[in-house]
Design a protein around this ligand. Structure first.
Ligand code: GSH
Length: 229
């Protein structure tokens, strides 16, 4: 079968899928859509995904959206380099970490990072400051969990991929001049969360990693925790 991936630059859900394809070394046809050109709203794309969202994956007759569903599909269809564990216990643990990200990590990250990245800091500064302790707690927890390697077992899994994309989002926000002026204490990552930096470097070492980095994030300094240590 031949895989086609519709994705957008800066979409962390799409980045999850790009990383999974890299981890599994699966060839695919890249369909990069421009958000600013509203290419997720064309009749052709809406026919594939009526919600107009990326990532959307085509594999033969199958059309699938929702990043976690796509990761689960890829793991079942292309089981080499398993991303959801090698045992029942590991599968449970991978999903536990993925869902902890969805339930706790993502809200904590979004509260702080979105106003910085979407230039709505002026009206949201109080919320950002209020949300900071929850984000720091999530980062502290992640650092403790990855101190000895990947989140589950000895190899990278969907849990690492999902958390990594969230961390990159925070890292990008933390390097913005607006964030610097708030003095949120998130940077440099390497001083406060060296274990996260070491763990992130392992994902960044994946063959094909560079091609997964959101294109508009590559300009200038890529806000990688590892590289900006
Ligand atoms: N829960 C979805 C989220 C997908 C999503 O919200 N994608 C955004 C980019 S991060 C999108 O395609 N937005 C384009 C639009 O709404 O036009 C997933 O995990 O795939």
């Amino acid at each position: 079968m031949s895989i086609e991936l519709y994705w957008g630059s800066g979409s962390t859900p799409a980045w999850r899928v790009l990383l999974a394809l890299a981890a599994k070394n699966l060839p695919y046809t890249s369909r990069l859509l421009s958000f600013s050109q509203r290419e997720t709203r064309t009749p052709e794309f809406l026919a594939l995904n009526p919600r107009g969202k990326v990532p959307t994956l085509k594999d033969g007759d199958l059309v699938l959206n929702e990043s976690l569903a796509i990761l689960a599909y890829l793991d079942r269809a292309y089981p080499e380099v398993p991303l959801f564990g090698r045992t029942a216990a590991e599968t449970g643990q991978v999903w536990r970490h993925v869902m902890e990200f969805e339930s706790h990590g993502d809200p904590a990250i979004s509260t702080v990072a979105r106003p910085i990245l979407f230039n709505t800091l002026a009206e949201n500064e109080a919320k950002v400051r209020e949300g900071l302790p929850a984000l720091v707690a999530e980062l502290d927890t992640l650092a403790a969990r990855v101190a000895d390697g990947p989140l589950v077992g000895n190899t990278l899994s969907a849990a690492d991929i999902v958390w990594f994309c969230g961390i990159q989002y925070v890292a990008r926000a933390a390097t913005r001049p607006a964030a610097a002026s708030l003095d949120l204490g998130l940077w440099p990552f390497a001083e406060r969360w060296p274990a996260i930096v070491r763990w992130a470097a392992r994902i960044e070492a994946l063959p094909g990693y560079d091609a997964t980095v959101p294109p508009h994030w590559r300009e200038g300094a890529v806000p990688s925790p590892a590289r900006l240590a």
